[in-house]
Ligand binder design. Structure first.
Ligand SMILES: [Zn+2]
Length: 479
């Protein structure tokens, strides 16, 4: 199934038409002389990124030569070193900015339905989970369809048992569906522990029933017992829930060997294409370098890293030096701590008033559809005119409420937040699972994404005026 998908993509519905698009690259947009002047630049960006781009080569190295990049791991450090070297080789002045990151290590993990006829379950520890004792933990399953269902339950039913959080994600709703159910993964363990549970198991969050396990962070509340927290495949959650509904009272034996080591020093990787006229004004383009450990961090967020690095390289390769600085930031530790995003905002606090926009790409390398932003209507309308100049790349939609996790610590300083938006229909098929691998990415879509990122960054950095800054607001919780 997955292979078929990937072959289908490579053959190319998404990649088709690139040549025609490039040919139409000088399409002017509206009456604004800025866009007429910039039409040629956009055409050159599209040509360079799609015909001479290196985004696929970067992604291949990151996901296959380096592999998974969980914060604190050797893979994460290799990714810091390699991306910095590569950006230097491309002629950029690269800084490694210190970030102290958590170091959680996955151990052996098993789960089975205990009894005379044991059945293996596909299980994975949630990131940050405490281990079970060496001989595991055993408990009868009590099923709760989400946090609210647990709250409504008599705590006596929970005490001494293992809670299975079994609220399914609505397949069609992508990020909305994800954010509706993911709280049972992040907060479920503490809520279960408050009621005396011995462990917490969550139905894997995702949209593809391929017996995949989905990891992600668990957050323990202060002052509440820390119980082991794991995810099982959605099919295995259905099995347990079905048995429980039929009165079979399934008992699960869970063993997790994960553990947390002391924090380790790591880095954000920062490189500038220095502006020709206002170099201290910055358009930031960012993605996260770390990944979960089960897969190889292809769509999350290797494609983002490849886009950001190759967007910067592409602009330089065709000699486009905009008025302001375009800064590439590869953030460390988005997945389980957001330490890189916080460290960047702290280290650059005095410059944030001159950060004119921060674009984050962390929704996969799927076909580009547009941008969302947290700026108010006058700003959105300016983004719409900028997007119209991207016609050679595609009809870019502009929407409200944008902003990514790593750039969110810059929100209190009023830095306009922009999310790079793609077709997300398949993102949660593989997100945080062992299947987030290179074969799921279409090279032509990634090249076009890179062109869109480079073009939007260039336009924002070149235009004489800047986006009106939004009213500063506190950072949202990371996802
Ligand atoms: Zn991500």
């Amino acid at each position: 199934m997955v292979m078929m998908h990937s072959r289908m993509w490579r053959r190319g519905a998404w990649g088709a038409g690139l040549v025609a698009l490039v040919a139409a690259a000088s399409a002017p947009s509206g009456q604004d002389p800025f866009y007429n002047a910039e039409g040629d630049a956009i055409g050159r960006i599209v040509d360079a990124a799609t015909h001479h781009g290196q985004s696929w080569q970067i992604l291949s190295h990151l996901t296959e030569s380096i592999g998974p990049r969980l914060s604190g791991s050797a893979g994460a450090e290799a990714a810091v070193r390699w991306t910095a070297e590569r950006l230097r080789a491309d002629g950029f002045d690269v800084r490694l900015e210190p970030v102290l990151v958590p170091h959680w290590v996955r151990g052996e993990e098993t789960a089975e339905i205990a009894g005379a006829n044991p059945q293996r379950l596909l299980v994975t520890a949630l990131g940050g989970s405490v281990p079970t004792p060496d001989d595991g933990v055993t408990g009868e399953i009590v099923v709760a369809d989400g946090l609210a269902a647990l709250s409504a339950m008599d705590p006596a039913r929970v005490k001494g048992r293992i809670v299975l959080f079994n609220q399914a994600m609505a397949a069609e709703s992508a990020f909305q569906g994800y954010s509706k159910v993911v709280d049972q993964r992040t907060k479920g363990a503490s809520e279960a522990a408050r009621r005396g549970a011995v462990a917490s198991i969550v139905r894997s969050v995702g949209t593809l029933a391929a017996r995949l396990v989905h990891t992600g962070s668990v957050t323990y509340d202060e002052g509440v017992a820390r119980i082991p927290a794991a995810a099982i495949a959605s099919e295995d959650a259905d099995l347990l829930a079905g048995l429980a509904a039929r009165g079979a009272s399934p008992t699960v034996h869970l063993r997790l060997g994960c553990h947390t080591l002391p924090d380790v020093p790591s880095h954000n990787v920062v490189a500038d294409l220095r502006g020709r006229e206002r170099p201290d004004e910055v358009v930031l383009i960012g993605a996260h370098l770390d990944s979960w450990d089960l897969g190889r961090g292809a769509h999350d967020d290797g494609t983002g890293v490849a886009m950001v690095m190759d967007a910067l390289r592409t602009l330089k390769s065709i000699g486009l030096v905009p008025r302001r600085t375009i800064r590439a930031v590869l953030f460390m530790n988005e997945e389980n701590g957001l330490r890189g995003g916080k460290a960047y905002a702290e280290a650059h606090a005095s410059e944030l008033a001159r950060h004119v926009a921060a674009i984050e790409t962390d929704s996969g390398g799927f076909p580009f559809v547009g941008f969302t932003s947290n700026v108010d209507e006058p700003g959105l309308s300016m983004l719409r005119s900028l997007a119209s100049a991207l016609a050679p790349i595609g009809a870019a939609q502009i929407g409200p409420n944008g902003g990514g996790a790593d750039t969110s610590p810059m929100k209190p300083a009023g830095v306009p937040q922009i999310s790079f938006d793609v077709d997300r229909a398949h993102y949660f098929d593989w997100h945080h699972t062992p299947a987030d691998t290179l074969d799921k990415v279409d090279p032509a879509a990634l090249a076009r994404d890179t062109a869109a990122m480079a073009a939007m960054a260039y336009l924002l950095a070149e235009r004489a005026d800047t986006l009106p800054r939004p009213v500063p607001s506190p950072s949202p919780a990371p996802r």
